[in-house]
Design a protein around this ligand. Structure first.
Ligand SMILES: C[S@@+](CC[C@H](N)C(=O)[O-])C[C@H]1O[C@@H](n2cnc3c(N)ncnc32)[C@H](O)[C@@H]1O
Length: 292
């Protein structure tokens, strides 16, 4: 590897690796990559999919919407020279099997769902992209009574209070996370002003309504967690102070629903975006900074 390499380096057990990420062992715990096809949604610079391609997957397509990250992922894929790994520039909010050149044995969706204003619509689309598995890592909306226990970065990212929001005609509950920073260079949403973090209950509802059966739901690393998952889950930040969940789900083809154009009724959540909410947040920060 040269200094100008496009390949991201992960230091694992003291060894610098470009073919293994912190999540690779977690993925391998639930699915053996060899011979299977994968789509990696929100691929960033392509590392997760590349690691799976390096383990003999039949085909891995990374989907990335931001130009700069897409170009990095492309350069990395070229450098790695894996014939089974390709990168597609596309907006996942409109993704379908025609764009990805067919369906996959497994969809990986890490760090992406909580950047959506309509996460339900994306889950419905994923149910049509995968023929079998979904591996999902996402944030869930913490109950506001737990805010004091959270990492400050998550607590401060969210507007106070739970909101009811209607997505594609179905009611869900969650918290609103306003976008911070320039869209083109952040690792977040492509262009949305805010995203919706579903509560655990609403995420389960969205998955089920989209056509998935939930096989594993991991919020805490505990004695029942498989060792590889525990070790690397801790590294990617699972645990009680965090708001992450890792879900393994299986699509039930008979229960999939149409992934029509996303619709979003903000009537019950719109007050979250009014200036009052932002002013309250700023005030809370000032009060905290002043140590009051
Ligand atoms: C927080 S990063 C997660 C990267 C990686 N999957 C991980 O978990 O380490 C979110 C990624 O999703 C991409 N993204 C966000 N919204 C997207 C959209 N609508 N379509 C395609 N990519 C999107 C971002 O550009 C970014 O690369």
């Amino acid at each position: 590897m040269t200094q100008n390499s496009a390949l991201r380096v992960f230091r694992i057990d003291g060894v610098e690796r470009t073919d293994t990420t912190f999540r690779t062992a977690i993925v391998e715990n639930f699915v053996t990559p060899a011979g299977k096809s994968f789509v990696d949604l929100g691929a960033a610079d392509g590392y997760e999919g590349r690691a799976i391609a390096a383990r003999g997957a039949s085909r891995v397509v990374g989907v990335e919407g931001k130009e700069s990250l897409y170009l990095q992922a492309e350069a990395a894929a070229r450098e790695a020279g894996l014939p089974n790994h390709s990168i597609l520039r596309a907006d996942v909010r409109a993704i379908d099997p025609a764009q990805t050149g067919g369906t996959f044995d497994c969809a990986m969706c890490f760090g992406l769902l909580y950047h959506m204003s309509n996460p339900y619509n994306l889950l419905k689309r994923i149910a049509h992209l995968t023929d079998d598995l979904l591996l999902l890592e996402t944030h869930i909306a913490p109950d506001p009574s737990r805010d004091a226990l959270l990492f400050a970065k998550h607590r401060d990212a969210l507007l106070p209070g739970l909101r009811r929001v209607t997505l594609d005609g179905e009611d869900f509950e969650g918290r609103i996370c306003p976008h911070v920073g320039a869209h083109a260079v952040s690792k977040g949403s492509l262009d949305a002003a805010w995203s919706l973090w579903l509560t655990a209950g609403s995420l389960a509802k969205a998955l089920t309504r989209a056509g998935f059966d939930i096989v594993h739901w991991i919020e805490e690393v505990d004695a029942a967690t498989p060792p590889a998952v525990a070790k690397f889950g801790a590294m990617v930040g699972w645990g009680h102070a965090n708001t992450k969940v890792f879900v393994v789900a299986r699509v039930n083809r008979d229960r999939r629903v149409a992934f029509d154009v996303p619709s979003l009724n903000l009537e019950s959540g719109a007050d979250a975006l009014r200036p009052e909410g932002r002013i309250r947040r700023r005030l809370r920060r000032l009060v905290r900074a002043a140590g009051l």
